[in-house]
Design a protein around this ligand. Sequence first.
Ligand SMILES: C[S@@+](CC[C@H](N)C(=O)[O-])C[C@H]1O[C@@H](n2cnc3c(N)ncnc32)[C@H](O)[C@@H]1O
Length: 190
Amino acid sequence: MNPPFPPRPTHLAWTLLREVIRPGDLVIDATAGNGHDTVFLAQCVGPTGKVLAFDVQAEAIHATSEKVSSLDLAHRVTLHQICHTRMEEFVAPESATAVMFNLGYLPGQDHALTTTAAQTIRALEAATRVLGPGGILSILCYPGHPEGATEADRVETWVTSLTDHGWRVAKYAMIGTKKPAPFLVAGRKP
Ligand SMILES: C[S@@+](CC[C@H](N)C(=O)[O-])C[C@H]1O[C@@H](n2cnc3c(N)ncnc32)[C@H](O)[C@@H]1O
C-alpha cells in the first residue's frame, strides 16, 4: 500500500532527518512514547551511533525498550525515565546532530499525562544547547486538544524567535482540516 499523500507530519519529520543524520551520530528522542521515533533514530545512527531517549512515563520507557530490543537495536539506545528538561545532565553541549520532540500524550494512555508548554519550552532551550552547529531540531505539535493548542502557540512563537539568532526554521501542516491540524516545525542551528 502506498503511504498517504501528503505525508503525515510524523513521516515528514523522518524524511527531513534521514537526510542529515549520519552513522555514528549522537541523536536525542525527547519524547520516547511508544518508541517509533526512537527506532527510526536508532536505524539512522547505525551500529556505532547512539540514541538517548527520554520519557516521564514508565509505560513509554517499557514500550520503547521492548521495541528496540525486538529489533536488536538496544545497544544503540539509552532510555531515561526523566523529564526532557534535564537532557543536559546526559548530553554534552553541542554534541548532538538532531533532537526530536513529538509532543502531546501517549496514545492509549492517560491523556492528562501530556507535555506542557512551560516544560516543553525549557526542554527546547536545552535542545538548542546540546545540538552542534548545523544540528536539527524537529518538533511535532498537536493543536487539536486544549493543552496542545496553548503549547503549539508557545512553541511556534519561541521557534520563530530562533530566526533572530541565525536559525533557519520551517513549519509544515495540512490545510482545510476540520480541527487544527498537527504541524511539524523543523529548524537548523547555524
Ligand atoms: C506523542 S507521545 C510521543 C510519541 C513517540 N515519539 C513515538 O514515536 O511513539 C508524547 C510522549 O511525551 C511524553 N512526555 C510528556 N511529558 C514529558 C516530559 N516532561 N519529558 C519527557 N517526556 C514527556 C509522554 O509521556 C508521551 O509518551
